[in-house]
Design a protein around this ligand. Structure first.
Ligand code: AMP
Ligand code: ZN
Length: 114
């Protein structure tokens, strides 16, 4: 996708702080972190919204969660706890229309979900 900021990061066209990559996903530091650890786990394939996922792509989301677990261990937040978030659409707070999972941790997070 030409105008997609995450596709540009994946293509190496704009810089980012990549912390993990494999065949299907990459992970990089959020440019405006809201917690001490704030990583984005992003499929290489451009899928705009979670609601666009097909049955075939459902294993991808499981893989994204496993990568989040691994990165939580690597960044030292796994033991105390962390949060994973997927925002969907405008009312869900999704600013970048390329599916991504936020990994948040490093301090006690707000109990408020909405
Ligand atoms: P969302 O609101 O769920 O779509 O989250 C998009 C996230 O992407 C926000 O937390 C932004 O700070 C982050 N973001 C936007 N552009 C970049 C970028 N170039 N590099 C890293 N993170 C970015
Ligand atoms: Zn994209």
């Amino acid at each position: 996708m030409e105008d997609c900021v995450f596709c540009k990061i994946i293509a190496g066209q704009i810089p980012s702080d990549i912390v993990y990559h494999d065949k299907t996903v990459i992970a990089f530091k959020d440019i405006h972190p809201v917690t001490q650890v704030h990583l984005l786990i992003v499929p290489r394939e451009h899928i705009a919204y979670l609601t666009d996922l097909t049955e075939k792509q459902s294993t991808l989301v499981g893989h994204m969660i496993l990568v989040a677990n691994e990165l939580a261990r690597q960044t030292g937040i796994a033991e105390k706890g962390f949060r994973v978030v997927i925002n969907v659409g405008s009312e869900g707070g999704q600013m970048v229309p390329h599916l991504h999972l936020h990994l948040l941790g490093g301090r006690r997070l707000s109990e408020k979900m909405g």
